[in-house]
Design a protein around this ligand. Sequence first.
Ligand code: ATP
Length: 351
Amino acid sequence: MRILVVKGDGIGPEIVPEGQRCLEAASEAFGLGLTFQEDFIGFDGIKKYGHACPEEVIERIRDADGALFGPHNNVDYPPEHQAYANPSGIIRRGLHLHANLRPSKTRQGVPAHVPKMDIVIARENMEGFYADRNMHAGGGEFMANPDLAQSIRNISRTASTNIAVAGCDFAMQRRKKVTIIHKANVMKLTDGLWREACLDVTSKYPELEVEEVILDAFAAHIVRRPQDFDVVICSNMYGDIFSDLASELAGGLGLGGSINASHTDCIAQCAHGSAPDIAGKNIANPTAMIVSAAMMLTWLAVKHEKPAFNLAANAIEIALSTQLAKGRTRDLGGDMDCDEFGAAVAVRIKA
Ligand code: ATP
């Protein structure tokens, strides 16, 4: 199977190769037959193709079996490249990657802010408050006068249903509990439609325990009793915010892996951004990228009905947890460099 590797900006060129290194180790140990091909988005895309998110690279991601996708620092692109949405948004919408699954869990040896948590934020990926990708033509943000800015938020029954199905399916493989987040008591039409669509879906999963929690109350509950949540279904921006919070509660942003997926395509992409403040120093934590790579293998196992990919994903998870208990990067109080940590995980995968 062919994996496209896009390093991206900031710490991307440091963490993405560690994700690849772990996939190579897993491929060797479990006979997965993965091959890797590099392509360019972001600053490298501007250099090579004259565009930060070239159409041809999007097509190559679509053609590949999966992709390792680094973060992007689009706010620093030259002004002429800032007119379009950021590369992540373009790709998620272009490939209709409707589900963004973002796990966060406490692990032995990793200093966390909560004693125990194992949660997945199932984040809607196509619409919500992201006005830069909400319109067929024209911008979703505008100013009626110099002192009044407005933006468009989209909530559709289709997108809400799609993420609810992805979240429920994921919960069926886990502890069989879903929490639906909304603010339907105030935003009666938008969050009201979201709530209705999610509850329609959950009614078809009688084995699941289902609860609804109001957005702001959830911010308190995830800190106070994170152990009570399993899969948490959120609209786009709510999910973005809560997944950062969940990563940080578990120990830090460098832990937050994720996949962006549809039924046909999947890209492994960290929940965190490009961290330009620590780029180029070999001190970034590659854990999120490695977690994301393992999640992509699980997705491939289901799509192609190949149990070896599941075994490989589990092996990466176990190797990662074992390594994190023994030694970590500086963000987690350790003294390991980014490449040293990735190499140590790869050795454990093959052990
Ligand atoms: P962007 O504009 O691309 O979102 P950002 O710096 O605003 O970048 P993040 O990249 O999400 O936002 O990170 C915020 C901070 O968290 C970073 O400045 C960095 O210190 C820390 N951080 C994020 N990812 C990692 C990582 N993998 N390893 C170590 N620290 C990280």
